[in-house]
Design a protein around this ligand. Structure first.
Ligand code: GLN
Length: 315
């Protein structure tokens, strides 16, 4: 087994979970009622190793929408299906240094990277482009399900409807990108946006999200089902971008202090991937000034302090 003394290890993680509880700063996202109403006290952590050992703490049975945590998975699916050359003819690999929903493109008029809204909307436009929207959503969700090893993946229609209603910024971004020919020809913008909102509205629990993260940690093979969901290249590309761009404008600091690929979302969901070891899913709705879950960030720092999991700790 990857972690021989499981009990000792999980006790230590449990202590970091308890340590995380101390932090009650931050604000819950309020741009849609479904997020504004969430109990800020929710706090859940789940881990899943690459050989399928799992453990969870706190509110790990409570569903939440993935929001931007869906972006690395959507991107990995796109790379798997379409290849990196094609995907990256539409989207860059550079941190934007700007807000996740800012209306800006890089100097060749492409979105900076697939982890911010502009990039993720373009990636959504590439996914299963030849199919009708219902099929595109169905196929995408089926892949999410494979990442989770058949775990609890569902869809929150209330969140989807709200996202679509309050998305002036995303519409503006989408049309600005059409002006700059950021999509494949014949792209239906409304459908690309709908698919983007639907993927943000995929609902899960930390339990299942940890398995999804562990599939990345395991090079694309789900540790529970042994199903190869995506190729190792797709995982390598995804983890590289999570490390440089996964934590909004905190990504540089996170890479420096924690040194592990991670992704956060406005719902308070967050994943951390420890390559060749395990996936971690966290859920705590209050966000800091940069939009990352306060407890998630604290947890990640403490984890690395205790276990030397920073990618350069092994030097
Ligand atoms: N639905 C949100 C948006 O598009 C997702 C962004 C996020 O989680 N950062 O604005």
């Amino acid at each position: 087994l990857t972690i021989p003394n499981w009990q000792k290890f999980t006790e230590a993680i449990g202590r970091i979970f308890t340590y995380g509880k101390k932090f009650d700063q931050g604000q819950v996202a309020t741009y849609i009622p479904q997020l504004a109403r969430i109990d800020p006290k929710k706090w859940a952590v789940s881990i899943c190793t690459i050989d399928g050992q799992t453990e969870s703490w706190g509110d790990f049975r409570d569903p939440f929408c993935m929001q931007s945590v869906s972006k690395p998975f959507t991107y990995a699916i796109a790379i798997e299906q379409l290849g990196a050359d094609y995907v990256h003819s539409f989207v860059g690999q550079e941190p934007s240094g700007r807000l996740f929903n800012e209306i800006c493109l890089n100097n060749v008029f492409k979105p900076h990277n697939p982890m911010i809204n502009a990039g993720a909307i373009v990636v959504a436009s590439l996914l299963y482009q030849k199919e009708v929207l219902s099929t595109r959503f169905e196929y995408s969700l089926r892949e999410f399900d494979r990442f989770a090893g058949g775990g609890r993946i569902s869809f929150n229609n209330a969140v989807f409807l709200s996202e679509r209603e309050t998305a002036d910024r995303n519409y503006a971004l989408a049309y600005y990108m059409r002006e700059h020919k950021c999509y494949p020809e014949k792209t239906n913008i409304r459908e690309a946006l709908d698919l983007y909102f639907q993927l943000c509205s995929v609902s899960t629990t930390t339990n299942s999200l940890a398995v999804m993260a562990a599939t990345l940690a395991n090079g694309g093979i789900c540790p529970l089902t042994k199903d190869r969901v995506v190729c190792t290249i797709a995982v390598r590309d995804t983890l590289s971008l999570m490390l440089s761009c996964g934590m909004y404008d905190y990504s540089g600091q996170h890479a420096f202090k924690v040194g592990l690929p991670a992704k956060s979302g406005v719902s308070g969901a967050m994943i951390i991937v420890i390559p060749n070891l395990m996936g971690i899913a966290l859920y705590s709705p209050p966000l800091d000034m940069l939009g990352n879950p306060v407890r998630g960030v604290k947890f990640a720092e403490k984890l690395v302090e205790e276990f030397k999991f920073h990618q350069y700790d092994s030097l």
